[in-house]
Structures are given as C-alpha cells and as structure tokens.
Design a protein around this ligand. Structure first.
Ligand code: PGA
Length: 254
C-alpha cells in the first residue's frame, strides 16, 4: 500500500545559478496543484540553499542540504555545519551519498554528520548502497555494515528523524532502463526494514521511510514505487529540470 510518497530532488551540482534556482522554484510553486498528495523536498547546493528556502517559504515543499560538516563549529575552513543549514531553513540533510563516500567519507564521518544533523533538528536522509552486485550476495554485507554503523547514532527506543535512501551505485546517473527493477528493489526494501527492526522498536522501524535512488525517471517511477515497496525516491539527474521532476511527481501521485 502506498502512503504519501516522499520525493527528494538531489540537485547535486546540476542547478548552479540563482537564476536557474529561481526559475525552478517559481515553476514548481505554479505546478503545485498537479502533485498534491506528494511530499517534496529539494536539496540544492549550500550556496543556493537560502535562496531556495526563501523562495519555497509558505509552500509545502521542504528543503534539504546535500551534506553537512562532520564538525559542529570552529576552525574548519570551508565547512558548513548542520546548524547553519538549519538556520537558513533546511529541515533535512542528505548524509553519506555515494558520491561523497567515493571522495573519502568514512563510516565514522557519516556518523558524525548524523550526530550534528540530529542535534540541529534536521532529518537525516541516509544514503546506503553497494557498488556492485555479485552472485553470492556479498552486497548485503555492505548494506548491513553501512546501516548498522549509522544506526548506532540513534537511540534504540526513539522514533528517529531518519529516512533511508537505498541507492545502488551501479544504478546511479544512467537512464530508466538501467535502474533497478521492482522485484529486486522489494527484496532489498524488506532486508533494510528487517535491519532497522533489529535496532529500533518495530513500530519505529516500520515507520522509517525507505527511498530508492538510481536513475529514477517519470517512465519507471510508478512501477518502482508499487513493485519495489518503497516510500519514494531520491532523484538526481531527472530533478535538474523542473519539467522532468514534476513528471515524476505526477507519476507517483496517481
Ligand atoms: P540519478 O542520481 O537519479 O541521477 O541516478 C540519484 C542520486 O545519486 O541521488
């Protein structure tokens, strides 16, 4: 059964100027009625975050950072802390995206970000995912390792401010044809729920939304949502243009 789908636009470094961001947000607001019933979050770059938050104020669309610093405050040149993005109107932060893990972000750094995001009152969108799949199923070990490590930052008896985004690295940045298929996704979604239930109380585990990311486009969104047993998507390239993003919102709405 599909509840209100949650769709997060991960702009990465695709939407880069104030003009592009303004065009996107004003168009999104104009089209808002066409995707009623869908929870939408936009994750712009740090530089565009204040602008996007201001432009979406008063709408139902929420804002996320793409990452936060592993530090809380102080002498850390070039860093942006969780509390800083919160003060500019973000209510979420993506943490541990594979593109950042590939840059050297470790399990420990992911935990530090979760800690600061939670302290700042942000919901963590935790990205997990294997680089490749093997016959023997070793990729499940990667998932468990990433998940358990991150979960250690959340109290067992809590209702965590957490969204899990399962993004197999091999499916990212391609086209709908290369995305994961529904039945495989369902298997992973069940596995993630089981792992969450080993940490949290059952109710809290079941309430934690699991998103899928990796080449989600309007053409595969509906099937992935229904067959994959996920709560929504983390969308990369198809979120860079408002038209293709809104098509996804419409596809999951029905
Ligand atoms: P993609 O990116 O939709 O371009 O595959 C998803 C992501 O990396 O979050």
């Amino acid at each position: 059964m599909i509840k209100r789908p949650l769709i997060v636009a991960n702009w990465k470094m695709y939407v880069n100027t104030p003009e592009e961001a303004k065009k996107f947000t004003s168009s999104l607001r104009r089209k808002a009625r066409s995707f009623g019933g869908v929870d939408v979050v936009i994750a712009p770059s740090f530089t565009l975050l204040p602008l996007v938050a201001a432009a979406l104020k008063g709408s139902s669309v929420k804002v996320s950072a793409q990452s936060v610093s592993v530090f809380e405050t102080g002498a850390h040149t070039g860093e942006v802390a969780a509390a800083m993005v919160k003060s500019f109107g973000a209510s979420y932060s993506i943490v541990g995206h594979s593109e950042r893990r590939a840059q050297g972000e470790t399990l420990e750094m992911v935990r530090a970000q979760i800690k600061h995001a939670a302290a700042a009152g942000l919901v963590t969108i935790l990205c997990i995912g294997e680089s490749e799949r093997d016959q023997a199923g070793a990729y499940f070990t990667t998932i468990v390792e990433q998940l358990r490590s991150a979960l250690s930052e959340f109290k067992k008896d809590s209702t965590p401010k957490l969204v899990v985004a399962y993004e197999p690295v091999w499916a990212i940045g391609k086209s709908a044809a290369d995305a994961m298929k529904g039945p495989e996704l369902r298997e992973m979604s069940i596995f993630i729920k089981k792992t969450l239930a080993e940490h949290f109380e059952r109710k809290a585990a079941m309430r934690t939304p699991i998103l899928y990311g990796g080449s989600v486009e309007a053409s595969n969104a509906r099937a992935l949502l229904e067959e994959g047993d996920v709560a929504g998507f983390l969308v990369g390239h198809a979120s860079a243009e408002v038209e293709s993003f809104v098509e996804i919102l419409k596809a999951v709405k029905k």
